[in-house]
Design a protein around this ligand. Structure first.
Ligand SMILES: [Zn+2]
Length: 265
């Protein structure tokens, strides 16, 4: 089945994973900058990470016929120290013009602190300055609802173009908040936490198939690089038509990502 993986952390994955997702029908894959499973010792660590995202991973993906794109930022988990965060953010302009960069992300909140919110707002300003879309990470578990509300408040104040902002890791209680305000929503499929395929399909059936995508995140933790395609098969089992499945796993991400000047299949 043809699909787009709109959110995957391939720096944590093996080449065999690239092979598997290519065989499953993946045509393009997007990798947001995030925590790599450990805190970097210096801002310079992000320079190498941005090189990995813009040079090495696109070359690795291309060997399997997959187009690799990325988003740049300092993730909220490592943004608690604003001095450190700004040192990293000062490097973004050196990479933002590279040909596979989609926009600013995944920015957002982790523990909903004042510092995280400040750095989030400064990232939004960078995106506005370069006229680029934004990909947003929402916190986990008990922090999710409050974090999502804080993010929505900040976006209202920043007066962003809602068509070009996607708020990821939505669940049953946050999907309607995001969609009702005219933003895009992402659902992250995990074997253990976040959304299972069954929950994701329930969310689609409840809130509709518009302005929403699914991703596997597939990071350093327990996660599944084939989660999107497994969920698509689950949708077919529930008798969703081939057109609807293709809309969710291919057409929707394509529509959102086509707003990024560098995205092309
Ligand atoms: Zn992520």
């Amino acid at each position: 089945m043809k699909y787009i993986e709109p959110h995957a952390h391939m720096v944590s994955r093996t080449t065999a994973d690239y092979q598997a997702i290519a065989q499953a029908g993946c045509e393009a894959l997007c990798e947001p900058a995030f925590w790599a499973g450990f805190d970097r010792a210096s801002a310079q660590g992000f320079y190498d990470y941005y090189r990995q995202l813009t040079e090495y991973e696109p070359a690795r993906a291309a060997k399997f016929g997959i187009k690799h794109f990325c988003w740049l930022c300092i993730n909220p988990k490592e943004a608690e120290d604003p001095v450190f965060a700004r040192e990293v953010m000062a490097m973004i302009p050196d990479f933002i013009e590279r040909e596979t960069v989609l926009g600013i992300g995944e920015i957002g909140l982790n523990k909903n602190t004042r510092n995280e919110l400040q750095i989030f707002e400064e990232h939004v300003e960078i995106a506005k300055k370069y006229d680029l879309p934004i990909l947003i990470h929402t916190p986990h578990l008990e922090d999710k609802l409050k974090g999502t509300r804080l993010i929505l408040d900040a976006l209202r104040n920043a007066d962003v173009d809602r068509d070009r902002v996607i708020i990821d890791h939505v669940e049953e209680h946050t999907a309607p908040l995001v969609l009702d305000e005219g933003f895009w929503a992402g659902m992250t499929l995990y074997p253990e936490s976040k959304c299972s395929p069954a929950r994701a399909i329930d969310i689609l059936e409840t809130f509709g198939m518009e302005r929403i995508w699914m991703n596997s995140a597939c990071d350093w933790g327990i996660s599944d690089p084939l989660a999107v395609i497994k969920c698509a098969l689950e949708m077919k089992k529930r008798h969703h038509s081939a057109e609807i499945v293709e809309k969710v796993i291919f057409e929707n991400p394509k529509s959102f990502l086509s707003q990024c000047p560098n995205f092309a299949l």
